[in-house]
Design a binder for this molecule. Structure first.
Ligand code: ZN
Length: 75
């Protein structure tokens, strides 16, 4: 009976460690921007000059962000 309790404890510990690792890797997004609200202000990148700026100040054209109207390519 003690073995089952010990086994459950080991499984719980494994899940606990795995969850912590997943949370750590999630805090550093690679190339897919998270659409959810974060504690920091959402930063976006200008598609023309690659500068980072707050999303509230960016221009959204054809699902691309631009820092200024001058950087929006004319279609
Ligand atoms: Zn720009």
């Amino acid at each position: 009976m003690t073995k089952f309790v010990l086994l459950g404890l080991v499984i719980w510990l494994a899940i606990y460690v795995l969850k912590r690792m997943v949370n750590k890797s999630n805090s550093q997004p690679s190339n897919t921007p998270a659409p959810s609200d974060t504690e920091a202000e959402n930063m976006v990148q200008c598609a023309t000059c690659k500068v980072h700026l707050p999303r509230s100040e960016a221009f959204l054209v054809n699902s691309n962000f631009y820092c200024s109207k001058a950087h929006i390519p004319n279609s």
